[in-house]
Ligand binder design. Structure first.
Ligand SMILES: [Cu+2]
Length: 183
């Protein structure tokens, strides 16, 4: 990066400005409204099941990415009743559960990658056998999923910024070399 610091101050300032503008645009250009949404679930949010379910199903508004999904089904003690990995089929995610969930409150904490590459997350509380409902806040030792939807664009913005800087430095250096201006 030595070459960068040998550039005139005005060029350096312009460079920094370009990078910051790019990063800002990429970070805010994506409205949250454009993301896929959870449009249904089994069990229903807030539903009470007479029998322990064998699996849960989450349905989204569009085909979510098949990679990067994490789903847990917590009881209040923090035990995750999920058994195996989530299976994604276009806009539907299915997660098998351990057999025999006792009568209690549960909360599904899901996190998937929207069709536009953004992570999205949420929770679906339900109960079995008339158990007391819980939310993520009631789960011992677990924290609610974070909304870090801005992480991916920031990463993309950073990569593009680095490429822009590299091209700029390369252009400046090759111009200097061909012009014989290097001292
Ligand atoms: Cu997005």
């Amino acid at each position: 990066m030595r070459a960068l610091w040998s550039l005139p101050a005005a060029v350096r300032a312009a460079l920094v400005g370009i990078v910051l503008a790019l990063a800002a645009v990429l970070t805010v250009a994506h409205p949250a409204a454009a993301h896929d949404e959870l449009v249904g679930s089994s069990p229903d949010a807030g539903g009470d099941l007479a029998e322990a379910p064998a699996e849960i199903t989450l349905t989204y508004s569009a085909a979510i990415m098949t990679e990067g999904a994490t789903v847990a089904v917590f009881d209040a003690s923090g035990r995750d009743w999920a058994e195996g990995d989530p299976v994604i089929d276009t806009n539907t995610l299915t997660l098998p559960l351990a057999a025999g969930l006792p009568a209690a409150g549960y909360v599904v904490e899901w996190r998937v990658v929207s069709s536009d590459g953004h992570p999205i997350s949420g929770t679906v509380p339900f109960t079995v056998g008339g158990g007391a409902p819980i939310t993520s806040d009631d789960v011992a030792g677990a924290s609610a999923p974070e909304d870090d939807g801005a992480v991916v664009p920031v990463v993309v913005g950073s990569v593009i910024a680095v490429v822009v800087v590299a091209i700029f430095v390369w252009v400046v250096l090759s111009r200097r070399r061909s012009g014989g201006a290097e001292d």
